[in-house]
Ligand binder design. Structure first.
Ligand SMILES: *Cc1c(COP(=O)(O)O)cnc(C)c1O
Length: 398
């Protein structure tokens, strides 16, 4: 049996249908060559500014601050939101680990709540239950009764290309005086109630890692409408350097800037973002049509109030009806040359976050056990997708 253990985002192995690979089909070469020819390769240059301006304008935000990764964007965003050590930040249990880690980088603690069963995003009902049942208000603000910590922010994560139900989350944040940092790293190009992600929270973070919808090799961005936050973000991402000549630093900053070469790739990728999202949506539509009739398979879907970017198409496998569980299907599909991946370990079960507070998260646990992401690259051919669908059908009740 073949075994493709490489990271999603790596170039395809011959014969394998990969989970998600970069699509470098635009002007990347030309823009990178321009950087090399002019010598503008490092963390200042026209492409950095251009990438920031164009991405922010694409999502309808006023400012963009390009950084070295989505994780760096989250770390900076939490610092800019004023999150302090020993405070708590509400994070969904079912997501990639980066947002929970970023909360720890500022010395705060994630408080995990469950996702909803229909669209798999941070559940506003669970958020509200946490705020009303597990917390009390006192002179210092909102406090988690069990941990005694001050609850100061919520970090909604738009996973798999699908936006969270942001309106009720924002309403609760206002009512309880919480800061909001949104992690849209997997969902660039998605819309919530007719408006792109990037306009809904005071600070939204994006990632341009190799497996994301657009890539710079590695990179991230903060977008915001607040000029002061953008200025501070840029300052902290540049070692908090106060003077263009003298090495005077007004605070402990970071080296989090994106390079001009990476931004050049980003500018070229951004020119294809709409095409990529259309393509992902077409792939999703075909998977849904072809797989929803397979007994024991439940394809992901989109809420009527969103336009999902369908970053990574994912299905649930109900072992009793399908005939095997998600991990056996992963192995079987590997044998057919199809690379798939389960979703994340629920973060309240992660050895990295055992000391954090968590409400019960049965939906996160079920999704983590039963979900499998299918090949979703924008350059997936019709024949390849047909082969994936055929393999999933063939494995049913065998
Ligand atoms: C990819 C991702 C990140 C981190 O982005 P990097 O650029 O890999 O650091 C953060 N949050 C989520 C939900 C992600 O999927």
């Amino acid at each position: 049996m073949r075994s493709d253990t490489r990271e999603p985002g790596a170039p395809p192995t011959a014969g394998m249908i990969p989970l998600a690979v970069p699509n470098i089909g635009g002007r990347e070469w030309a823009y990178v060559k321009d950087c090399l020819d002019t010598g503008w390769v490092s963390s200042v240059g026209d492409y950095v500014t251009r990438f920031e301006t164009e991405l922010a304008s694409h999502v309808g935000a006023k400012h963009g601050v390009a950084v070295s990764s989505g994780t760096a964007a989250l770390h900076l965003a939490l610092q800019l939101a004023g999150i302090r050590p020993d405070e708590e930040v509400v994070v969904p249990s079912l997501t990639f680990i980066a947002p929970a880690n970023a909360v720890r980088y500022v010395g705060a603690w994630p408080a995990f709540v469950d996702v909803d069963a229909a669209f798999w995003q941070l559940d506003p009902v669970q958020l509200e239950a946490f705020l009303r049942e597990d917390c009390t208000r006192d002179a210092g603000g909102l406090r988690n009764r069990r941990t005694g910590r001050r609850v100061s922010a919520v970090l909604p994560v738009d996973t798999l290309g699908h936006p969270c139900d942001l309106e009720p989350i924002m309403r609760l944040a206002r009512e309880f005086g919480l800061a909001v940092v949104e992690d849209a790293c997997e969902s660039l190009g998605a819309h919530y109630r007719g408006r792109p992600l990037g306009q809904w929270s005071p600070i939204t973070c994006f990632s341009f890692n190799g497996n994301k919808t657009i890539t710079t090799g590695g990179g991230g961005m903060i977008v915001t409408d607040d000029p002061d936050l953008a200025r501070k973000g840029r300052y902290f991402a540049t070692q908090a350097k106060d003077d263009p000549v003298e090495y005077v630093h007004g605070a402990v900053g970071y080296n989090y800037r994106l390079t001009n070469v990476q931004a050049a790739i980003g500018c070229a990728q951004l020119e294809n973002l709409d095409t990529f999202v259309d393509r992902k949506r077409a792939i999703a539509e075909r998977y849904i049509e072809s797989l929803e009739a397979v007994p024991g398979i439940t394809p992901m879907n989109e809420a009527p109030w969103v336009r999902s970017a369908f970053w990574m198409f994912t299905v649930l496998i109900e072992e009793a009806r399908y005939g095997m569980d998600s991990r056996r299907l992963l192995q079987a599909l590997d044998g057919y040359g199809v690379q798939t991946r389960p979703l994340w370990q629920p973060l309240h079960r992660s050895p990295a976050h055992t000391k954090s507070f968590a409400r019960p998260c049965p939906v996160a646990e079920r999704l983590s056990r039963d979900a499998l992401s299918l090949p979703s690259s924008t350059d997936l051919t019709e024949q390849q997708q047909e082969a994936v669908i055929e393999a999933v059908r063939r494995c049913a009740n065998t």
